[in-house]
Ligand binder design. Sequence first.
Ligand SMILES: *[C@@H]1O[C@H](CO)[C@@H](O)[C@H](O)[C@H]1NC(C)=O
Length: 196
Amino acid sequence: MKPTKPTSAIFLGVVSCLSSLVNANPTPTLKDAPSRTLETRDAPGASLQADYYWIRSVVAPFFHFYMQSVPSYATGHPIMGPNTSAGQFQVQDGQLVQLVDTDGTLLYMNVEQPADDTAKKLAVSFETEQNTFGTFSWSGDALWWSVPSIERPNNGAWLICEDDLLYINLGPYAWDTPAGCGDATIHYYNAAQADP
Ligand SMILES: *[C@@H]1O[C@H](CO)[C@@H](O)[C@H](O)[C@H]1NC(C)=O
């Protein structure tokens, strides 16, 4: 294999820098469903299990994007994506849980601690351990997260950022939105199938 010329690396760097400037607020599109590389024996699949919900965003440009792991049912940073690979969720004792096996195996949404008090958003990820930072709840059908150490202007404000990754928005809803992100509120939905 020919060694990569350093000039092409610089060129690519400039191009990706320019395109990230141009794409500061990219128009989101529903990507293909992530492959269902199951880590589980018996995944809950496309039929909603008793006591669980789909969770979806409802306002353009994220109309009916569904919360899910990538790959499906795996640990890691969730996305908002297509109905065909939507995960199933519930709030239990302040934890947002994802059902990953019909035997009742759960993953827990963990919330990143802010690096400092200028943080505008917090990453979330599904883990096998329970979350120890803050509390999830429903307000009507909207998913909220709150923690005593942070005064949020809107406990139901979320961000969907590059690659459709989901974040908690520590700022106001739809104001001073971080580059590369769009504002969303996310809501439970309990139809048997997740409609697009
Ligand atoms: C996605 O939506 C389509 C169209 O309404 C529906 O037929 C399908 O069952 C849905 N898929 C899931 C997994 O809910």
